[in-house]
Design a protein around this ligand. Structure first.
Ligand code: ATP
Length: 546
């Protein structure tokens, strides 16, 4: 029903036309059967009746035409809904805070936009078919009523019994399908480990066996088990409905003739019942498909509600602007705590106080897990601090100006994403791109053709250099690098610290580098030491080991 409600809602102004077009084919087909029944009864009609032929042709043409229109409409409505859904989800995700995206989980978002999206797309024609067959059934019942109210009462009683039993198994089957969908997610996670960790899995037979035998296989088997159970439940419902149906047919053929005066009636009823049996079988086959679509709609609705809930904390996007840093960025008593799902004590940052002057070169140093990258995410406006005060040039960072604040930064995180195109970069001076590619020694490896990089299949160090090209083209006031040099060869590493960063500073940029390279600490103006989420010391290179 969820799927039907969705289609009806999304049809908007054309919902009446859609409903009419969906109902008409089944209704008319019922009439066509009545015409066939009347025509084949030559004893009463005394031969071929041309008006019946006319009605038959008219009826079939109407069915074909309206069915085709209804199918096209359903496809268009669903395609339009899915297109809007993708755009809306992407727009909502785009406006979320980084912390919200991390809490919701990328897999959940991907599933709604991928798997559930596809299920809904594929089910649109099935739903029109379902309406068609249900209407055929309704018309068959009415025709039986016309032929014999008693036969109609018997038919309704049997159908009610069949629906009662089918509904129970259908509910059980739907619940099992829902559980299968959850288990499928667990299987996908294990499968993703095999794909994403292919190298590590390939190199370690024990890991490969453990992952495969203890996770992939049992999880896949669990999905299979639940799907089979769900299928069995559907099939049980179908078998019970069939028993009702065959008993109904038997009753109509063998018992009803004793209660009707016109002996042509049982034959007519059987024709209708045989016709209706096709509709019943089709309905029963389609229900699991519609059920899967219902589940997909639920998943999407749940995600929509979640995105809306998190969206309350999201900022309205402002016009993209490029901010300037003329004085300083200042953090006062900044604090942040990660959300914990499993009840473990989450990592916390702060309270932290720090001033970064415009044009300063600041190194953030400290042990693994001390909170350097987390601080960088707060500093760049990606994480909204739970407490404290963040400002630039005396202006407090608030939801209204957070986009402007973020535009101060060009950042290369240690887990950066390399885009295949220069999205949002003004390339009026294309030569600058070629010069930078040359400077990063990538000019023979990467080209920019048809508005995209010829390749991003590069070594880790080369990928970082290409990310640097993009960051420089962004032309921001503050550059933040999270362990950029970690994957560079000694030559590039030396060049990065002694030439590149100092040149950036000379150009008036503020440079913030998260680094473990203590042999280059002396080029920094300020060093910020972090320990267990706190700034333990702020000093100069002279304070190293002091
Ligand atoms: N998305 C997250 N959700 C929950 N906890 C997180 C998340 N990201 C990081 N943490 C936790 O925050 C702590 C600090 O991580 P962070 O990446 O800031 O450290 P770091 O100093 O940059 O470490 P490294 O030098 O190893 O890169 C870690 O204990 C980590 O488990």
């Amino acid at each position: 029903m969820k799927f039907f409600r969705l289609l009806y809602r999304e049809a908007g102004d054309s919902r009446r036309t859609f409903l009419l077009l969906s109902l008409v084919p089944g209704l008319v087909m019922g009439l066509v059967i009545a015409v066939i029944n009347a025509t084949t009864n030559y004893q009463q009609t005394g031969g071929l009746q041309w008006q019946y032929l006319g009605l038959f042709v008219l009826g079939c043409t109407t069915v074909l035409f309206t069915m085709n229109r209804a199918l096209n409409m359903a496809t268009a409505i669903v395609a339009d809904y899915l297109c809007r859904l993708r755009i809306r989800v992407t727009a909502q995700v785009r406006n979320l805070n980084l912390a919200s995206v991390e809490e919701i989980g990328l897999n959940r978002i991907r599933a709604a936009v991928g798997r559930d999206h596809q299920t809904i797309e594929e089910t649109a024609p099935a739903l029109v078919g379902l309406i068609y067959f249900v209407m055929q059934l309704v018309m068959s019942a009415l025709y039986i009523f016309y032929l014999s109210p008693l036969a109609f009462a018997v038919t309704i009683a049997f159908l009610a019994g069949a629906v009662f039993f089918y509904r129970k198994s259908y509910r059980d089957a739907e619940e099992l399908m829902r559980q299968a969908s959850l288990s499928e997610q667990a299987f996908q996670n294990s499968f993703e480990n095999i794909l994403s960790g292919f190298k590590e899995v390939k190199l370690n037979a024990e890991r490969s066996d453990d992952l495969f035998h203890n996770y992939v296989v049992p999880r896949s088997e669990r999905v299979e088990e639940l799907r089979v159970e769900s299928g069995r439940s559907f099939n049980y419902g179908q078998s019970v409905s069939d028993v009702f149906f065959y008993t109904l047919m038997g009753t109509l053929v063998f018992a009803i003739p004793f209660y009707v005066s016109d002996l042509s009636i049982p034959g007519k009823i059987v024709t209708v019942i045989v016709f209706a049996s096709g509709a019943i079988t089709s309905i029963i086959r389609m229900l699991p498909v519609v059920s899967r679509a219902n589940l997909a709609v639920s998943n999407i609705e749940d995600l929509k509600n979640l995105l809306e809930k998190y969206g309350e904390a999201a900022e309205d996007r402002l016009e993209a602007k490029q901010a300037k840093l003329t004085k300083a960025i200042s953090l006062k008593k900044i604090a942040y705590t990660y959300h914990s799902e499993n009840g473990d004590r989450p990592f916390s940052i702060g309270p932290c106080d720090l001033d970064i002057a415009a044009g300063e070169m600041v190194f953030i140093v400290g042990g693994n897990g001390s909170g350097k990258s987390t601080l960088a995410k707060i500093l760049t406006g990606l994480y909204d601090p739970d407490g404290g005060h963040l400002a630039w040039d005396g202006k407090t960072v608030k939801p209204e100006n957070i986009d402007v604040y973020r535009s101060l930064f060009a950042v290369i995180f240690s887990d950066f994403h390399l885009f295949d195109r220069l999205y949002g970069v003004d390339l009026s001076d294309e030569q600058k791109l070629y010069d930078l590619l040359e400077e990063m020694k990538l000019d023979e490896k990467v080209h920019y053709r048809n508005n995209r990089f010829s390749t991003t299949n590069l070594s880790t160090g080369q990928r970082k250099r290409l990310a640097m090209v993009v960051a420089l083209l962004e032309n921001r006031d503050v550059y933040l690098f999270d362990e950029w040099a970690a994957d560079q060869d000694p030559e590039y590493r030396r060049w990065f610290y002694t030439e590149f960063l100092t040149k950036l500073k000379r150009d008036g940029r503020t440079v913030i580098a998260i680094t473990h390279d203590d042999r280059y600490f002396d080029i920094a103006d300020k060093i910020v030491w972090m320990e267990e989420g706190k700034i333990s010391k702020v000093g100069t290179p002279a304070d190293v080991d002091a």
